[in-house]
Write a new protein. Structure first.
Length: 126
């Protein structure tokens, strides 16, 4: 069973949290090409959010080429090979923003490196 968890206290919009978790599941191979996603109604009920919130997350994933959306059918994973990933420069800017936020919290170079090493280990652990 697919588990999506959101932090309602986060500044990050819920639809983005949902999209990010699905993106991670596809990247790790936990969701494979052709696999059906829960219906918008089912996922909204499981997570405890509005239908439109889940629909917006699915549209983001469809725009990225990770999900196939067809009216009247369940959303299906298209697989990472077909995804339209952001340009490297955009990802570098986003990464720079994350580093800036950590530094503004008072983290030093070693703590920032440890943060990323831990995140990479968590991502790739099975």
């Amino acid at each position: 069973m697919l588990t999506i968890e959101v932090d309602f206290g986060s500044d990050r919009p819920v639809y983005r949290q949902i999209a990010e978790q699905f993106r991670g599941l596809v990247a790790r191979g936990d969701l494979i090409d052709g696999e059906e996603l829960p219906s918008v109604r089912q996922l909204a009920a499981n997570v405890g959010v509005n239908l439109n919130t889940v629909a917006k997350a699915y549209r983001i994933l469809a725009d990225e080429g990770l999900v196939d959306l067809r009216h009247g059918s369940r959303a299906r994973v298209l697989g990472g090979a077909r995804a339209r990933a952001p340009e490297v420069e955009e990802l570098e800017r986003e990464l720079g923003d994350v580093i800036s936020r950590l530094v503004l919290q008072g983290r030093g170079r070693e703590e920032v490196q440890a943060f990323f090493e831990t995140a990479v280990e968590r991502f790739f652990e099975r």
